[in-house]
Structures are given as structure tokens and as C-alpha cells.
Design a protein around this ligand. Structure first.
Ligand code: FES
Ligand SMILES: [Fe+2]
Length: 397
């Protein structure tokens, strides 16, 4: 984050009445006001209410596959440290030494045994426990009777890995994750169950790409929630799956929204295809679903692959998009035979996302207009987008 975040009351940043308008029935509602996309003081507020109070995504577990693998992550100015411990559990700590506050980890690495602070070498185990304080009592004196190590352990962040996605709840105040995710898990039981999660494998070759976009993170979610823009923004995609082949998804309680298609065709090369999920409902073989789980992750679920498209807000008008691709079993995810098909599939999604960038950056530009009141929704086509706006507005108030 490159700007100072001041904590002003929300009512000094924007007209609360405008936020109340968001929650009205879709026919008369307005979208979120411009300040939510342009005002840096607002960002301080959003960071607390929309990111730290919620289950927020900061990466995927397969990016740190081995014990000791660790990486730093900056969540809207908060330095975090993600590490896989010796029992293979992913843990997240605040990335700051308890001594003089040095940032512990600067770049991805594999830690052998202890998380050692580069400044005075205080060292922590993978539980975050402070275990070594070299020379704390003077040269070669590594203990001090006057110092109680226990109060200087690292501060751990409430963390849950689900479908390889790393969620954190910085303020530890959201409901338990298992309960939080239940509505979406239940919705998807007809496609995948917990046993199928185990068969998901991240692809090592064409399994990841990222894009930097010049717009607020919320535009990526809003755009993802609707299929209304298919004919204009994705003319090629629209030829195989048009607006009429899509349906809306509105998660209740309001935590996710999105759309589904009834015309998904598995990619093929010759007669080769990717493996499919074992428990997928046989009457819905061509269904695919695209769900945004608020605030910052979008999941695309298909019978033969899944992607996790998560957002890292960098500034009010700058966002990094991370795309992670998964297949069913290692043969599809990493086998040599299907490499070309993976390459094509990754290229396909990248092209779709590149097309979307025009749309979302255009919305950012438009938000500088003083006459724009947050806009009006199509009562038929914009329901999931409206749902996301309502979720943000309600999280703020
Ligand atoms: S600041 Fe980390 S050991 Fe001193
Ligand atoms: Fe799109």
C-alpha cells in the first residue's frame, strides 16, 4: 500500500444515505457510491470491515508444498508470513519480530528449523514459539531471568485451508470457517464432495498466471458475477455459451454469488480429455459454475477442472489477479500427455480474463465522474452483482 490510511468515520467519507440505497430492491437500488472506488480514506474503512473482519484469501497452499516452505504476503499493508509446518499444516503469522519489530520474512524461502529474525537472531519455531534469544543477557548469555519468553511468541492469524485456498480472518471475529462455507459446500455437493477435494491437483506447468489491473478489486468481482457482458466483451465465448445458456446464483445467507452455464464442453485434443470428477451428477454433465465468494475469491468449477481466481488489492485503483488451475488427479494435472491441453486451457482462460480487463478498467475510469450515482441495475441481468454490492454495503454499515 502506498498511501497513508487514516481512520475517519465513514459518514465523513461518504453519504451514508447512498449506502442505504444499495440495499433497496433491485428495481430502485443504486450501486455503491463512487467513494468506494476512488477515495483513499474509504480504503482504510474497507480494509477493516470488508477484509479483516471476514474470511479473506491470501494465496493457495500448493505454493508452499514442503515443510518449511514460507512466503511473505502483504494484505492491504499488514505484513503476514505463511509457512508450512513440519506436520504439513499451513500456518499464518503476523510477519513481525516480537523484539524490535523487524519484518521477519522478506521473500519466499524454505526454512530449515527456525524462523530466525535477521536483526538480532531471535528465533521462533513453526508454532510461533520464541525459542532462542542469543546474547539477550550480554555476550554468550542467551537467557535473562528478567525476560519472560512466553509473552514474545509470534502472533498467529486464524487460518483455514479449503480446496487448497488459504483463508485468514485477521480480526478473529467471523464465524468458524466450516460453518461459513457450508452453504457453498452444500450447493456443490451435486458436483464435488470432500473426497473429490482430495483428488484436486495443482498443475505445475500451466497452473498459474497473474495479471495486474488498473482498477479497484471490486470491479473484478462485479464483472465476474454477471453473464450480461458475454455478447459484447466475449464474442467467441458467447458463440458456445450465450446469455440464455447461463443462470444466476445467489448464495444465502449472502456470502457468495455468481452464474452457471449449461453448455460447458470439455476441451479435447485428438481423443484426449482431462479426467472428470467421480461424483458429478450425471444429469448435469455440461454444467459449470462461476462463483465469487466474498470478498476476494472467484472459483470456476467444471467437470474436469477447477480454477481459483483470487484478488490482491494493491491500492484503490490497482489490483493483482492470481489465477490457479487444478485438475482431477496427477495424470491430468501434470502428466506429459496432457501438457498441450493444459497449455490451451490456461491460454483460454487468460484470454477471457484479458478481455474482462477492458471492462473493469473502463468502470474505474468512469467512477471519476461526479454525476455518476452508483448506477442502476438491470432487474433481470444484474442480480448477483447487486447482491455483492449489498454485501459490501452491509459489511460497512
Ligand atoms: S528485531 Fe528481531 S531479533 Fe531484534
Ligand atoms: Fe467476463
Amino acid at each position: 500500500m502506498d498511501q497513508d490510511l487514516k481512520n475517519l468515520p465513514l459518514s465523513e467519507i461518504l453519504d451514508i444515505e447512498k449506502l442505504n440505497n444499495v440495499d433497496k430492491p433491485i428495481e430502485v437500488a443504486n450501486g455503491l457510491p463512487n467513494e468506494c472506488y476512488t477515495n483513499n480514506d474509504y480504503l482504510a474503512y474497507e480494509r477493516e470491515k470488508v477484509f479483516f473482519n471476514k474470511w479473506t484469501v491470501i494465496g493457495v497452499a500448493s505454493s508452499i508444498p514442503n515443510p518449511g516452505d514460507a512466503k511473505p504476503h502483504n494484505l492491504l499493508g499488514i505484513p503476514l508470513l505463511i509457512v508450512r509446518d513440519k506436520d504439513l499444516k499451513v500456518r499464518v503469522f503476523h510477519n513481525v519480530c516480537s523484539h524490535r519489530g523487524f519484518k521477519l520474512l522478506d521473500k519466499p524461502c524454505t526454512i530449515k528449523n527456525l524462523i530466525r529474525c535477521p536483526y538480532h537472531s531471535w528465533s521462533y519455531d513453526f508454532d510461533g514459539k520464541l525459542v532462542a534469544t542469543p546474547n539477550i543477557g550480554g555476550l554468550n548469555n542467551h537467557q535473562s531471568e528478567k525476560f519472560d519468553k512466553i509473552k514474545s511468541n509470534l502472533k498467529e492469524v486464524k487460518t483455514k485451508v479449503w480446496m487448497d485456498i488459504i483463508f485468514v480472518n485477521i480480526n478473529s471475529n467471523e464465524i468458524e470457517f466450516d460453518e461459513y462455507i457450508k452453504p457453498l459446500e452444500n450447493r456443490w455437493l451435486k458436483f464435488i464432495n470432500k473426497a473429490d477435494f482430495e483428488s484436486l491437483v495443482h498443475s505445475n506447468d500451466y497452473g498459474y498466471f497473474s495479471l495486474e489491473v488498473k482498477c479497484n478489486w471490486k470491479f473484478a468481482i462485479e464483472n465476474y458475477c454477471e453473464s450480461y457482458h458475454l455478447p459484447t466483451i466475449h464474442p467467441e465465448l458467447n458463440k458456445v455459451s450465450n446469455i440464455n445458456d447461463h443462470y444466476h446464483i445467489q448464495g444465502l445467507p449472502n456470502r457468495f454469488a455468481g452464474q452457471g452455464s449449461k453448455k460447458y464442453e470439455q476441451p479435447m485434443k485428438g481423443n484426449q480429455k482431462f479426467n472428470i470428477f467421480r461424483n458429478w451428477d450425471k444429469t448435469m454433465l455440461k454444467n459449470s459454475e462461476y462463483i465469487a465468494l466474498f470478498p476476494n475469491v472467484m472459483i470456476g468449477l467444471h467437470i474436469d477442472h477447477l480454477y481459483v481466481f483470487w484478488l490482491e488489492p494493491l491500492a484503490m485503483n490497482k489490483t493483482k489477479e492470481h489465477m490457479q488451475m487444478y485438475y482431477v488427479g496427477n495424470e491430468s494435472a501434470n502428466g506429459e500427455d496432457l501438457k498441450e491441453l493444459r497449455k490451451e486451457n490456461s491460454r483460454f482462460w487468460k484470454d477471457v480474463m484479458l478481455e474482462d480487463i477492458n471492462a473493469i478498467e473502463g468502470m474505474q475510469e468512469g467512477r471519476s465522474s461526479p454525476v455518476y450515482n452508483g448506477g442502476n441495475f438491470s432487474p433481470v441481468m444484474d442480480q448477483p452483482t447487486h447482491q455483492f454490492h449489498k454485501w459490501v454495503a452491509n459489511s460497512l454499515i
